[in-house]
Design a binder for this molecule. Sequence first.
Ligand code: SF4
Ligand code: SF4
Length: 243
Amino acid sequence: MADKSFFIDTTKCTACRGCQIACKQWNKNPGTKTIQRGTHQNPSDLSASTFKLVRFSEVEGPEGAPLWYFFPDQCRHCISPPCKEVADGKVKGAIIHDEATGAVLFNPKVKIKPEDFKEIREACPYDIPRISSAGVMAKCTMCIDRIKEGLLPACVKTCPTGAMSFGDRKEMLEKANKRLEEVKKKYKEAMLANPDDVRTIYLLVDDPKKYHKFAVAENTFGMTRKLALKRIFKPLKELSLIG
Ligand code: SF4
Ligand code: SF4
């Protein structure tokens, strides 16, 4: 099976939240109790039982008119997942990188200590990992059980507008770049979010921070500053070039 990727074209997203519900259904995750917070975004954040969340942002558009941006947030299934790099140093087998598809999977059989989880979550440039009250980490699984049977991930299958696509990575990158060219004719700021580092590629038409604080990684390597420095200094230390 070839390396896989999602392509999420936010210009086609109507925030119907079908993907969010399909994800809950397929993973048999319970509904989350919410309150009216003056926004359509519901629940307020990702959790160990909400792997996909359509984020809503109201921003100021041309001439002060209100503008809505929708961001169907989920794990990016990073090419070199920083969460796994940190987890490997804590508990072996807590995070698995499926070679065939590239899916990054949290092992539901492994329990994590709160202090270790804190470091794993901080390593994720997109703030995705969550933990249950039982100490088990959870997030999007790429619907690995479905795709190994030749089915689409539940969210992609459900999306009625074509905002979500899934397939071989090469094909998804081509699709994303082609669509970016089209969209750029109207939106000069249009961009793909960290396409070389992730397997969930978003097309955005404005400053990513307007969509979500963690829409793009802090740097182009798809890792936190702390982890990037660790990677630079570790080899030097091994060569005894620094103390
Ligand atoms: S987005 Fe975060 S949780 Fe998902 S693979 Fe990348 S580092 Fe890990
Ligand atoms: S199902 Fe598609 S259109 Fe609806 S919220 Fe999800 S990505 Fe957007």
